[in-house]
Design a protein around this ligand. Structure first.
Ligand SMILES: [Zn+2]
Ligand SMILES: [Zn+2]
Ligand SMILES: [Zn+2]
Length: 273
């Protein structure tokens, strides 16, 4: 499985739009891996995870052919993960996809509302509504839908994705996983090859519910390994960074994550599993 991080920032991007904070000023100077667009990923060139406004820039900078992408997993309705306006580009006149082209968006009932209102005018867009602990098929992928601890008005879920050989956990915009997820894993005993974890707070200890910092990421790694659903070959990656996080520049954060055996994402990072 090939997993590519197209964007790796939280809602504001890094440097954040309009921002004159010390971090953003510093990163505008240094550039490099600290510059981040909003989160999106692509698996094997044909399965998209999330659909932010930065999709246009990701497709251009990574030379992606969306004609090959038939499925898109939506984590929740926040606009850094789902920018429905750009789905309307599928309508006649804005683009000319192949006659048989269709793309299915997988989303919870709440997150799917914004997509549902478009379906009548955009027959090439399909919606597959999912709920927590559903196991659904998306072409060659089997996708398990797990609950997220995040703004409940956004219909948040996280995804466990397998292509039949390798298995990924995509856990963005969530707090430390809920007890019922650990119980589910205890029962089903999956084996994860890649674990992508929310790290909005970077090195700042969490002082609210809904995201994670490196401390929760390290705890997740420890607990998954102890449970036997991850091992020394499992790749753990911190992702979804905000300029409000502490020590968020790549050069400051990555060595601290490395001490925990965790990689630090950057836009364009590719992992071959
Ligand atoms: Zn987000
Ligand atoms: Zn800033
Ligand atoms: Zn969110």
């Amino acid at each position: 499985m090939k997993f590519k991080f197209l964007g790796t920032a939280a809602f504001e991007g890094i440097p954040a739009l309009f921002c004159n904070c010390e971090r953003c000023r510093q990163i505008r100077q240094t550039g490099g891996r600290s510059v981040r667009t909003r989160t999106q990923a692509i698996i094997n060139d044909d399965l998209l995870v999330d659909f932010p406004a930065d999709t246009v820039s990701h497709v251009l900078s990574n030379n992606i052919d969306l004609g090959k992408v038939k499925n898109c997993l939506i984590t929740h309705s926040h606009s850094d993960h789902l920018y429905t306006e750009d789905i309307t580009i599928l309508a006649g006149g804005f683009s000319y996809p192949a006659p048989d082209y269709e793309i299915t968006f997988f989303a919870s009932e709440i997150a799917g509302k914004g997509i549902e209102r478009l379906l009548k005018d955009i027959p090439k867009a399909k919606l597959h509504t999912v709920k927590e602990f559903d196991v659904v098929g998306a072409d060659k992928y089997t996708v398990t839908v797990l609950p997220a601890i995040h703004d409940e008005h956004s219909g948040p879920v996280i995804y466990q994705i397998t292509d039949g050989e390798k298995t990924v956990l995509y856990a963005l915009d969530t707090h430390f996983p809920r007890d019922d997820i650990w119980e589910y894993w205890e029962k089903t005993k999956p084996h994860f090859d890649l674990v992508v974890m929310d790290c909005t707070n970077a090195l700042r200890p969490m002082n609210y519910v809904g995201h994670m910092s490196l401390f929760e990421n390290a705890e997740m790694k420890k607990r998954m390994t102890k449970m036997g659903i991850a091992d020394e070959k499992t790749v753990f990656v911190s992702n979804h960074f905000s300029h409000n996080g502490l020590n968020v520049p790549y050069e400051e954060f990555a060595p601290e994550a490395a001490k925990q055996g965790i990689l630090t994402s950057y836009d364009g990072m590719e992992i071959e599993l």
